[in-house]
Design a protein around this ligand. Structure first.
Ligand code: 5AD
Ligand code: SF4
Length: 474
């Protein structure tokens, strides 16, 4: 999202989070990495608000600085370490300032972070946020504080997140935490622990509450939303057998019924688990966006096997065909890793040919970055030279830019329903928002209001943006 960027990997920006109030103790919170981290930061803000902290965008007035960190690639960690060095002077001048590391880096590095980064006072993993007030008290007594315990059941279900973007239109709602998939390249199962689903009633309550507060879009978040399953009956008993009481398609249907004016998005889908039932629910509701983020990672079956992804090239293409059959105008995006262990030129060509076959509307593309303790680090050699990874990545990016441009060119002359998010980056006289296929649309502001829907006739495009004029205010 243009004004709300979180994934280091994805957009290369970190964001500062605030809901400005000016009395009492101040928390400065910076979030790196994925949407899940952004969503967690809102839980952290809520826990801290109960302790009398309000969040601020002005780091100078902070009593506590928390960085919610990402470990997905080495670069993400390097950025956080560089950011920490910016705080050195501040800490020397104000030794009482508390600096904490949250999230995946905290979980991965644990106590050793305190030894490596001397100015850090506090380390808290993704399942330890309820303990933050105690940890901060501990720091107050002159000690360093660490809690990196992972939980099998923490979902923060009862915590009502403090929304950190002011006057927001679009919000994230976490539905599962952790991941059980063990893709061989991925550090997430180690940093976020076992997968667990959140009580559907609490998800629905949160979505209804957001709608009443003026939000018009929710994105249901999980590392693998398709494996969402709630197995507890209304009597509080755990249901046996294979059928959950609520699966992902049933959950999404309930969220879609909150209001036809509430757009529903979801991320991330997993090719091995995405069912036709889910696709049918997307097709059935006009307010569930026809947009699926379906990471492929590689177009070659042997590489996918080494990645432990649980599907082949053919299976993936079968899922793409199912999407196109059941939701004909569905936008599809993907994640691609290039230069994974042992990747040959032929295997790389398979990724390019799969891209040619699918024509993704959008893609996030990365060089493989070896992560400590992962299956790949233990089993395989990171043997594709960095220069070759770079060359392959450029080929993949070039192809994708062509496909993204083509996808946008096909929309020229069409009318797109856009949820207005606010002023565009280019000028105050232009507003922006997304169409339901998740493309950013920019148009002259005129009478458009943030949080309302407009119909825009598309006139021009780039590979990243659609440009047009409002035809109708809905
Ligand atoms: N190296 C490069 N990219 C990675 N991703 C996950 N782990 C790694 C890694 N070790 C990418 C995958 C995933 C996305 C969120 O990040 O493509 O889908
Ligand atoms: Fe990592 Fe795979 Fe889980 Fe995604 S599904 S978080 S890539 S282990």
């Amino acid at each position: 999202m243009e004004n709300k960027v979180f994934d280091e990997s994805r957009q290369g920006e970190a964001i500062e989070l605030s809901n400005i109030k000016d009395e009492g103790k101040k928390l400065y919170l910076e979030s790196y990495g994925c949407q899940m981290n952004f969503s967690d930061s809102e839980v952290v803000a809520s826990i801290m608000a109960n302790e009398g902290f309000s969040t601020t965008r002005n780091i100078e007035e902070a009593d506590v600085i928390l960085l919610n960190t990402c470990s997905i690639r080495e670069n993400a960690e390097i950025r956080v370490r560089n950011r920490l060095s910016d705080f050195r002077k501040k800490k020397d001048e104000h030794p009482e300032l508390v600096i904490g590391i949250l999230g995946c880096m905290a979980e991965r590095l644990k106590k050793s972070l305190l030894e490596e980064e001397k100015l850090v006072d506090l380390v808290a993993g993704p399942d330890a946020y309820r303990d933050l007030p105690n940890l901060i008290d501990e720091v107050g007594t002159g000690q360093k504080a660490v809690n990196v315990l992972l939980s099998r059941d923490e979902t923060y279900a009862d915590i009502s997140p403090v929304r950190l973007d002011q006057g927001g239109v679009s919000a994230f709602v976490t539905i599962t935490r952790g991941c059980d998939n063990m893709c061989s390249f991925c550090v997430v199962p180690f940093t976020r622990g076992r997968e667990r689903s959140r009580d559907p009633e609490t998800i629905l309550t949160e979505c209804k509450d957001l709608y009443e507060k003026g939000y018009r879009e929710v994105t249901l978040l999980g590392q693998n939303v398709d494996s969402y399953r709630w197995n507890i009956t209304s009597k509080g008993e755990i249901k046996d057998g294979t059928k959950p009481t609520t699966n992902f398609s049933q959950l999404m249907e309930k969220v879609a019924q909150v209001s036809p004016q509430l757009r529903v998005r979801f991320s991330t889908s997993h090719p091995k688990d995405m069912t036709d039932e889910v696709l049918e629910v997307i097709a059935k509701y006009q307010n569930i966006c026809p947009y699926i983020h379906l990471p492929v990672q590689s177009g070659n079956t042997n590489v996918l096997y080494r990645m432990n992804r649980g599907y082949s090239r053919e299976w993936y293409l079968g899922r793409i065909d199912a999407i196109k059959r059941i939701i004909p105008d569905c936008a599809i995006s993907t994640d691609i890793i290039t230069g994974f262990c042992g990747e040959t030129e032929e295997e790389h060509q398979d990724t390019l040919s799969l891209m040619e076959r699918v024509e993704f509307d959008f893609a996030y593309m990365f060089k493989y970055s070896e992560r400590p303790k992962t299956l790949a680090e233990r089993k395989f050699k990171d043997d594709v030279p960095d220069e070759l990874k770079g060359k392959r990545l450029n080929e993949i990016i070039d192809k994708q830019l062509g496909h993204s441009l083509k996808s946008h060119q096909r929309q020229i002359g069409t009318i797109q329903k856009v949820l207005v998010e606010g002023p565009s980056k280019r000028s105050e006289n232009f507003f922006c928002g997304r169409n339901d296929r998740n493309s950013m649309v920019v148009f002259p502001k005129e009478k458009a209001k943030k949080g309302s829907y407009v119909l825009v006739r598309i006139e021009e495009c780039t590979s990243a943006t659609l440009l047009g004029k409002v035809q109708e205010y809905l």
